[in-house]
Structures are given as C-alpha cells and as structure tokens.
Write a protein that binds this ligand. Structure first.
Ligand code: ADP
Ligand code: MG
Length: 345
C-alpha cells in the first residue's frame, strides 16, 4: 500500500544549468540561498561583478523579509494577523502589499468557484492541530470553521485602501499564495536593479525572468512521480507545485493533506498533486492549490472550467489511489510543455 501511495506521490525538483561562466565581458552567474518565510529561498541571476551581486541579493532578501512581516500567519504581529484581530465589519487601512495580494487571492477564488480561498484559515488551523495530535476535527468544529469563512466576506476597497472582514472570527491564510506573490516581488526588485535574467525559488514556488544568456530558458525538471520526468525551458514564467508529499497526517489509515477543500472544510484525502505554469508566481501558487482541490471530483469539469477561466496557464493535476480502491487519474491542459520544450507567458 505504502508503495502504491509513493508511486502517486508528487516529487517536483528543479535542476538549473547556466551557460559557461566568466569569459571576458560576459555576465557571471551568482546564486544566493537563505532561509526566509519558513522556506529555503534561492535566487540566481547574471551580472558582472560580485560586490554588486551581493548588494542586490541583500535587497531581495530584505524585501522577502518585509513581505513575511506582512503576510505571515505564524507571526501574531504580522500585518495580516493584526487585520484579523480587528472587529468584524470595520474597514481597516492596509499596506499596498497586503491589499494587492488579497485582491489577487479574491480574484482567484471567484474564478475557481472557491476551490482556492484565503479565508479558509479557521479550517486550516483545525487541520494543523490534527497533524499535531493525530485526531481529526469533529464535524461540529468543521461547521463552526466554515461559518467563519468565505471569500465573499473579505471586502476589498482598492480606492480607499481598506479591507473589511464581514464576519466575527475570520482568519485569513496566505499560505497558498504568499510565496508565489513574494517570488514575483523578488523578481521585481532584481529588475529594479537592472537584472533582466533571474530565477527566484521559494521552496518550490519558482519565478523566472529572461533566459540566462545564450540559453533557451531556465532549465527546470518536473518529476511528478507518475509521468516521465521532463525538463522544460522557462522564461518570463512561473511554476508551482502542490501536493501532500511533505505535509500530511495519517489518521486511521487515511492520509489527510495540508490542503483543504474550502467548500467543505475537509482536508483532501485523494493524494492530490498539481503543477501549474503561469505568467506570475501568485497565480501559479494559488492555482496549484486550487487544482489539487478540483482533482478530487470524479469528473474533470472543475479543472476544465479553471483552464478556461485562466487561458494563459498550463497545468497538470492528479489524484492518487483512494481508500475505496480508485486507481488514480491524471489530467493535463493541452499546451503543457513536454520534455525539452520551452514555455514562456
Ligand atoms: P506549500 O506551502 O506546501 O507550497 P501550497 O502552496 O499548496 O503549499 O499551499 C498550502 C497552504 O495553503 C496550506 O498550508 C494552507 O495554509 C493554505 N491552504 C490550504 N488549502 C487552501 C485552499 N483551498 N485555498 C487557499 N489556501 C489554502
Ligand atoms: Mg500553492
């Protein structure tokens, strides 16, 4: 059984190869790694001198730390957590960063029929607790969590720069979009420093700008454990993966994911995995979570609707072996690049 499970488990890894380095006049490849936002953040870019590269990397990591202070739900003093602590119904002025990421989250919720929903916080917390204790939440607790969520209840007034949480006890959770959004912002910082060719990898949420000099793109290896591993060449693009490989709990033989179906408050149990290519990291990140949710249904209507709603993305989604003997399914958009192919937005 374990083995069958593993067959379906998602393993996405990235392999990056740059051109020959250091010849005169050619830009050099620089790579920096640091733990930020609870994950290993890696930035790779091309520029001429090392001192400048270090300074630029410093600016990128500073920006990522600033975004963590805005979006974290592990830090009780983050701007997000302070917003959630305000009384229901009160418009709260928020930073431009928080306003923008919440606006994208809301749009994705609307266009995925609520498969992605950043107001899923109360249910996320219940299941986080279950991962610690090994005891699943009661149906009453899930009902209470659902009553305090729903993307329609997070109102954004872009003009006034305010967010209003309409229901008492709402908890926003940007765990499914924050890293992708932050990777986009990091690429923005690099561009502001004159770096056109860069890769930012925040624990598997990857955003790239122009291809490394003299190459067809940033070489990224996709290995989902069920189709032939592939290498694709990306430029001006983002890729994200979601699945229950790393974060799950097994209770009474059922494997519960860290991804929740916001419509039911239940943690996914179908061993979902998804890879999404998109124009931005925020979209790739959020849609990978949404595809995991939608791959749980017996038909592919939800996934097809998502692909129609976001015509500029490519995606794969799959479900693994289920408790009732389902053998698993794999779904992909037509334009998903194959081995050796290029993709850019
Ligand atoms: P990872 O952090 O492993 O890359 P994902 O990008 O798949 O994970 O996002 C999962 C996180 O998003 C969860 O830990 C939780 O905080 C949050 N989340 C879970 N389910 C949903 C959902 N349906 N919509 C939005 N956010 C979700
Ligand atoms: Mg995600």
């Amino acid at each position: 059984m374990e083995q069958i499970m593993w067959r379906w488990v998602m393993v996405l890894s990235f392999l990056l190869v740059g051109p020959a380095l250091g010849s005169s006049g050619e830009p050099n490849r620089f790579e920096f790694t640091r733990i930020v936002m609870g994950c290993r953040a890696r930035i790779v870019f091309y520029t001429e001198n090392e001192a400048a590269a270090r300074e630029i990397a410093q600016a990128v990591f500073a920006r990522l730390n600033a975004l963590d202070a805005v979006m974290s739900d592990y830090r009780s003093d983050s701007e997000l957590m302070r917003l959630c602590a305000q009384p229901a119904g009160k418009p709260v002025r928020v930073s431009d960063d928080l306003l923008r990421v919440l606006a994208i989250a809301r749009e994705v919720s609307e266009r995925t029929g609520g498969a992605f929903d950043a107001t899923v916080g109360p249910a996320v917390r219940l299941w986080r607790e279950a991962r610690k204790t090994g005891v699943a939440p009661t149906s009453e607790a899930i009902e209470r969590a659902l009553a305090r969520s729903g993307w329609q209840h997070c109102r954004i007034d872009a003009h006034a720069g305010t967010v209003t949480l309409a229901i008492e006890g709402m908890q926003l959770d940007l765990g499914g979009i924050g890293k992708g959004f932050a990777a986009d912002e990091a690429i923005g910082v690099l561009r502001a420093h004159g770096i056109d060719s860069a890769l930012v990898d925040l624990g598997g949420d990857v955003v790239v700008s122009a291809a490394p000099p003299g190459t067809p793109g940033w070489r990224v290896r996709i290995d989902d454990g069920r189709t032939e591993p592939r290498q694709v060449y990306l430029s001006h693009a983002a890729i994200a993966t979601s699945g229950d490989l790393e974060q799950h709990v097994i209770i009474d033989g059922v494997r519960y994911s860290h991804i929740i179906d916001p419509r039911t408050g239940q943690a996914l149990t179908h061993s979902a995995a998804s890879t999404v290519l998109a124009p931005t990291g925020a979209l790739a990140d959020a849609l990978a979570s949404a595809c995991c949710v939608l791959s749980g249904s017996d038909d592919e209507r939800g996934l097809k609707r998502l692909a129609e709603a976001f015509s500029d993305i490519e995606a794969t989604a799959s479900r693994g072996v289920s408790a009732d003997g389902d053998e698993g399914k794999l779904w992909a958009t037509e334009g998903m690049p194959g081995d050796g192919e290029k993709w850019s937005r």
